[in-house]
Design a protein around this ligand. Structure first.
Ligand code: NDP
Length: 460
C-alpha cells in the first residue's frame, strides 16, 4: 500500500499547475489536480487569451478606418460587442477543454472543485468533503484582481467582469496605470467607447523605462484616451444611470462604467495555509525558495501565487523547474532575469532586460544609451501620427546589450527574438554586423546610433 493517495496533488489548473501536473504524470507519478473554476486558469479564461482577442477586435476597427489611405472604401462598418464577446467565450471554452484533456490523457486525475490544505500532506475537497493525501502538494492557485475598498467600490467592475459585459458602455472610466488598465483603455477606446484613464502617478506603466512610459502616454492619447494623472479615487456614487467618481485632487468624473484595474493579489485567503504552517508575505504570497519550495518541505508553489514575476510563461518555467527538482532529482532554480515581456496597448510595448534607471543604478556611467523615434512607414498612408520608439542599452567597453525597449507595432513579436540576443549576451557589435531586413520597423534595432549626451538621460 502506498503511503499517500497521490505522489503529487496540484491545487489550481492554470498554466503553472497544468504544466507541472502533466510533466510529473509523464514521469509515472500519481498526480491529481483540483480546480474550482475552469481549467486553464487566469491566462486562458480571464486574462492573456481573451484580452488578446479583444485587442485584435479593437485593431480591426482601427484598420477599417486607416484603410482609406490605402484606397479602400468600407461602407456601413459597425461593431457588435456581443458577437465578439461570445466568439471569445467559445474559444475560451475550447481551450479550457484542451487543458482538461491534457491532464486526462497523461493520467492525472482532475477534481473540479475547490481544495484547501489541511496539513503538510493532506487536502480537503470542499464539495465532496473528501480528504486526500499526497507526498507533495503544489500550490498553483494564481492571483485575483484587487481594488481598494473606497466608498461605493461595489459599483466598480474588475478585469474578470470586463470580458462578460452585457453591452459596451458609452463611457468608461478606468482607474489604474498598470498593465491591465492601459491595455483595457486601448481596447475600449478602439471599440468607440469614450475612455478616461485615471492614474495616481504622473506617467503610466510604473516600473518601465521612463521614456517608454512617456511613449505610452502618447500612445493612449493618440487613441483618444483622456488621461488624468495624480488622481486617486475616493468615492463612487450612482448618478442618472451612471456613476460619478470623486478623486483626492478634487476632480469628479462622470461615467457609465467604472473599471478598477488597481492590481492583483495572490489567491491564498481561505486556502488553509496556516493549517500546514506555510509562510506567506504581507501580500498573502506564498514565500518560496529558489526551487519554489515553501516553508514546509512537502509543499511547493509556482506562478502568481508566489508573486515573483507574474507572467504565464514564467509560471510554466517555474513548474518545469519544480518537476526537475522534485521528481527528477535534478535541483533546478528558474532564472528570473532577462525575461522578455509585452504590454498590449495599441501599439504595444515589448521589453527585455534593464531599463535605463536600473542600468544606471547597477553600472553607473558604464552604460551607453541608444534611442530612436520615427513614424513607421505604415502610418504614413494610414494618416496616423503615431511614432515608434526604440531604446537599446549596453554596458561596458565591449557594449554587451543589457536592455531593449520598443513601443510600436509588433513589438511583442520582435522582442521575443531580441530576448534571445540579450539572453545570449550579444554585444552592440553583433547587432551592428547584422544586416537589416528592409523595409521593416525592426531593422532600426541594427542601425541605432548613441544619444549625443548619453550620461544624463531620463530616469523614472
Ligand atoms: P499593475 O500592478 O500593473 O497595476 C496596478 C495599478 O493600480 C498601478 O498603476 C497602481 O499604481 C494602481 N493602484 C494600486 N493601488 C491603487 C490604489 N489604492 N488606488 C489607486 N491606484 C492604485 O497591476 P495589473 O492588475 O494591471 O496587472 C497585474 C499583473 O498581471 C502585472 O503586474 C503583470 O505581471 C500581469 N499582467 C501581465 C500582462 C501582460 O503580460 N501583458 C497583462 C496583464 C497583467 P502604482 O503604479 O502607483 O503602484
Amino acid at each position: 500500500m502506498a503511503e499517500y493517495d497521490y505522489d503529487l496533488f496540484v491545487i489550481g489548473a492554470g498554466s503553472g499547475g497544468v504544466r507541472s501536473a502533466r510533466l510529473a504524470a509523464q514521469l509515472g507519478q500519481r498526480v491529481a489536480v483540483a480546480e474550482e473554476s475552469l481549467p486553464g486558469g487566469t491566462c486562458v479564461v480571464r486574462g492573456c487569451v481573451p484580452k488578446k482577442f479583444l485587442v485584435y477586435g479593437a485593431d480591426y476597427g482601427a484598420a477599417i478606418k486607416e484603410s482609406e489611405g490605402y484606397g479602400w472604401t468600407v461602407k456601413d462598418a459597425s461593431f457588435d460587442w456581443g458577437k465578439l464577446r461570445d466568439n471569445i467565450q467559445s474559444e475560451v471554452m475550447r481551450l479550457s477543454g484542451i487543458y482538461s484533456t491534457i491532464l486526462e490523457k497523461n493520467g492525472a486525475q482532475l477534481y473540479r472543485e475547490r481544495a484547501e490544505i489541511e496539513d503538510a500532506h493532506t487536502v480537503r475537497l470542499k464539495d465532496s468533503d473528501k480528504t486526500i493525501t499526497a507526498k507533495t502538494i503544489l500550490i498553483a492557485v494564481g492571483g485575483r484582481p484587487w481594488m481598494p475598498k473606497i466608498k461605493g467600490h461595489e459599483h466598480a467592475i474588475m478585469s474578470d467582469d470586463a470580458f462578460l459585459l452585457d453591452k459596451l458602455p458609452e463611457r468608461v472610466l478606468i482607474i489604474g496605470g498598470g498593465y491591465i488598465a492601459s491595455e483595457f483603455a486601448g481596447i475600449f477606446a478602439g471599440m468607440g467607447v469614450e475612455t478616461v484613464q485615471a492614474y495616481r502617478g504622473g506617467r503610466l506603466l510604473n516600473g518601465f523605462d521612463a521614456e517608454v512610459r512617456d511613449a505610452v502616454n502618447d500612445v493612449q492619447r493618440n487613441n483618444g484616451i483622456d488621461l488624468r494623472f495624480n488622481a486617486s479615487p475616493i468615492e463612487i456614487k450612482t448618478a442618472k444611470g451612471g456613476y460619478i467618481v470623486s478623486f483626492d485632487n478634487g476632480t469628479k468624473i462622470g461615467t457609465d462604467l467604472v473599471f478598477m484595474a488597481t492590481g492583483r493579489k495572490p489567491h491564498t485567503v481561505g486556502l488553509g495555509l496556516e493549517n500546514a504552517g506555510v509562510a506567506v508575505d504581507k501580500n498573502g504570497a506564498v514565500k518560496v525558495d529558489e526551487y519554489s519550495k515553501s516553508s514546509v518541505d512537502s509543499i511547493y508553489a509556482v506562478g502568481d501565487v508566489t508573486n515573483r514575476v507574474n507572467l504565464t510563461p514564467v509560471a510554466i518555467r517555474e513548474g518545469v523547474a519544480f518537476v526537475e527538482t522534485v521528481f527528477k532529482d535534478n535541483p533546478t532554480a528558474y532564472d528570473h532575469t532577462e525575461i522578455a515581456s509585452a504590454v498590449f496597448t495599441r501599439p504595444p510595448v515589448g521589453v527585455v532586460g534593464y531599463n535605463e534607471a536600473e542600468a544606471r543604478k547597477a553600472f553607473g556611467d558604464d552604460i551607453t544609451v541608444y534611442t530612436t523615434s520615427f513614424r513607421p512607414m505604415k502610418n504614413v498612408l494610414a494618416g496616423k501620427s503615431q511614432k515608434c520608439f526604440m531604446k537599446l542599452l549596453t554596458q561596458g567597453e565591449n557594449e554587451k546589450v543589457i536592455g531593449i525597449h520598443i513601443v510600436g507595432d509588433d513589438s511583442p513579436e520582435i522582442i521575443q527574438a531580441l530576448g534571445i540576443c540579450v539572453k545570449a549576451g550579444l554585444t552592440k557589435a553583433d547587432f551592428d554586423r547584422t544586416c537589416a531586413v528592409h523595409p521593416t520597423l525592426a531593422e532600426e534595432i541594427v542601425t541605432l546610433k548613441p544619444k549625443e549626451i548619453n550620461k544624463t538621460t531620463a530616469v523614472s
